[in-house]
Design a protein around this ligand. Sequence first.
Ligand SMILES: Cc1ncc(COP(=O)(O)O)c(C=O)c1O
Length: 382
Amino acid sequence: MKEQRQLIMLPGPTNVPNRTIRAMMKPMINHRGPEFQALYESIMENLKYVFQTRNEVFVLTSSGTGSIECAVGNVVNPGDKVVVPVFGFFSQRLKETVIRRGARVIEIPVEWGHSPTAEQIEQVLARESNVKAVAIVHNETSTGVTVRDLPKIGKITKENNVPLIVDAISILGGDKLPVDDWNIDICIAGSQKCLACPPGVVVVSVSDKIWEVIEKNDTRPYYFDLVRARESSAEKATPFTPALPIFYALDEGLKIIREEGLENRFERHATCARAFYSGFEALSLTSYPTRHVRSNTVVAINVPSEVNCDEVRKIMRERYKVIIGSGLGKLEKRTLRVGCMGIISAAEVTATINAFENTLADLNFPVNFGAGIQAARKTFHS
Ligand SMILES: Cc1ncc(COP(=O)(O)O)c(C=O)c1O
């Protein structure tokens, strides 16, 4: 394969710092030996910092979907009732995971591009009895929507004594998410998004109070059994063979986050997202989500019907070496998605907008050439 430098502006996987890549080039070690224990300890400490939690955290060898199966499988039993707001492709998948578990979904349908609200959750919990859990996607990667009501939702679920499961796969490490303060019982995220690591592991935080529910569940999954993970964790180990190179990478990635500091990191993501939105707006392209719920980590934009999304992505990739994401599900031909994650800075934002402007011009789309870059620049210099 020809090695080629490309800018990966997907909503995950994303660009990985060289330092993190280099960390993977270490020899394999015994995953039940002292070197792994030291690695495990270091990961746990920094992971708690990222989740802003005092509770237990875990790293599982899996893609993001496995962590959803883990969260649902440990908390929910067949026949249980689970509230799931559905407002995009990934929340639909979350709903399907709950259904596969044999549970009943109380769906809160929300128009794509909008966010579920605390009031909607409150109303459903007031109406329905014996709800086993509320499961929600915090950052809907398909629509670029962040649930800004999540802290209020956490208060409501706590008051109602209903566990809260949060899929934060595409946001943890890129925007505010203090899991203890927001009363989140299980929070999951992927390595390949805002943590700026390669794909291959997921991170999970588990609140103290949900252990009672998990321990009582006698149909927990085998591979993703959190009780077993906790037992191994006491020995600074994982129940099954960990993806060692990705653990090395995660350790380095978390150290980088700690060196930068969470607040600085969130501010950097927010500034870059603002620059993206204003850059695209200056090119007359609107954001798909409504303004007050648009994400700082995934930028989804509407594409005019005369522009072919596949062609845009192909030209950006082949001529300008910038890879952006397509729309998902019903938005496939109507939107484009750009990851604003991990190492994101003015350099990647302006390179992406520059490639985008050039591509539109190459396609003879009447574009106010240079307007996008200028608008983005202004954000960085304001
Ligand atoms: C919000 C959300 N949930 C779940 C997933 C699925 O993760 P994976 O493809 O790593 O299994 C993704 C992936 O993009 C996501 O963004």
